[in-house]
Write a protein that binds this ligand. Sequence first.
Ligand code: PGA
Length: 259
Amino acid sequence: MKNFARKAFIGGNWKSNNTLADSKNIVSWLNKTTFDTQKVEVLVAPPSLHIPAVLGELTQKNIHVSAQNISAYGFGAYTGEISYKHLQDFKVGWTLLGHSERRALFHETSRDVAAKTKLALDNKIKVVLCIGEKLEEREADKTFSVVEEQLGAVLSSVKDAAQWKELVIAYEPVWAIGTGKVASPQQAQDVHAFIRKWLANNLSKQLADETRVIYGGSVSEKNCKELIGQGDIDGFLIGGAALKPAFAEIIQIVNEARK
Ligand code: PGA
């Protein structure tokens, strides 16, 4: 049974794309995008250098602006890093963490991701926590154990259930990210249901019922309707399609599905 008490959540991850003009162009059509805020929550994560411009030009104030990552530290001698304190200064209340590109290309371990998650939550920054298995792990039947390890690391750092309420969990099978190869609705649903069971077993049934678990990996305006129809899929984290008006279409489709 679909739990409509959970507000749908749609995130757009712009990754390291876009000129400033490109980002402003996306904002221009986001400004025209409407949705029922009682039913749908929307977030965009621009490249951090574009965040002030996006905040300045976004008149659709129901869309959250997020970072794509934070450093593991506060202010200090950490060349090249952006701290949660910078986000606070710009009133940015969200960050993505643990994206598979951060894990694979920048060698962030589950422990690193867990420590950053704790740091963000302790400092009132909400988190879209990304988890998911690689192709070889799926093929070796290790999907559930990978997801369990990634969540378990966060639980070792974030022990307070109240803090888990500020998390959205994005299940993103690595083999589906940017490949055009979307997980089947059933494949995604199976892992989402597993994550919800894990939350119930390790935190509480109430938290499991309330936490949004969203799917990411080649989501488009064409495949989102069937995915959102699955009982445990509460929304999406979108890469490629978030740079195009397809993102607004996906918001509309999810909004409709919630009526
Ligand atoms: P994609 O990216 O939609 O381009 O597959 C998803 C993501 O990386 O979050």
